[in-house]
Design a protein around this ligand. Structure first.
Ligand code: AMP
Length: 120
């Protein structure tokens, strides 16, 4: 499956749609989720055109991979989540429930998040 450059996060990365930016560097953009599911709900994206975790794990450079994970740690600290705890999720494909086909990781925190997976 190829990358769809019309997805909403591609438009945000190109500056065509606004976002509430949290962090940016050469490889990463992070912004608040538009429909937060916890007091803190922040999305972290690689800037490169990676569809999902499968695509990123196979094709991203070591610098891109390092930047993504360093950014998550930095954002968690800057948002005051490192002490209280938080959850990082990346939905992949149909069973994962991925809606936007540009890799993103959700940082969720600010309250006790409960069970990791809801009963089906
Ligand atoms: P996923 O189901 O993992 O693909 O998550 C997609 C997430 O993107 C959802 O939590 C949406 O609320 C969020 N989202 C969709 N459009 C926007 C937007 N324009 N700005 C910020 N977050 C968005």
């Amino acid at each position: 499956m190829s990358y769809d450059s019309n997805n909403i996060f591609a438009k945000i990365l190109r500056g065509e749609i606004p976002c509430k930016k949290v962090y940016e560097d050469d490889h990463v953009l992070s912004f608040h989720d538009i429909a937060p599911q916890a007091p803190a709900h922040i999305l972290v994206l690689p800037k490169g055109p990676y569809r999902d975790m499968n695509d990123f794990a196979a094709k991203a450079s070591p610098d891109e991979i390092a930047a993504l994970f360093r950014a998550i740690g930095r954002i968690a600290k800057e948002q005051g989540l490192d002490e209280t705890g938080y959850r990082v999720i990346s939905n992949c494909g149909a069973n994962g429930g991925q809606e936007v086909p540009h890799l993103h990781l959700h940082i969720l925190g600010g309250r006790r998040l409960g069970r990791m997976v809801q009963a089906a």
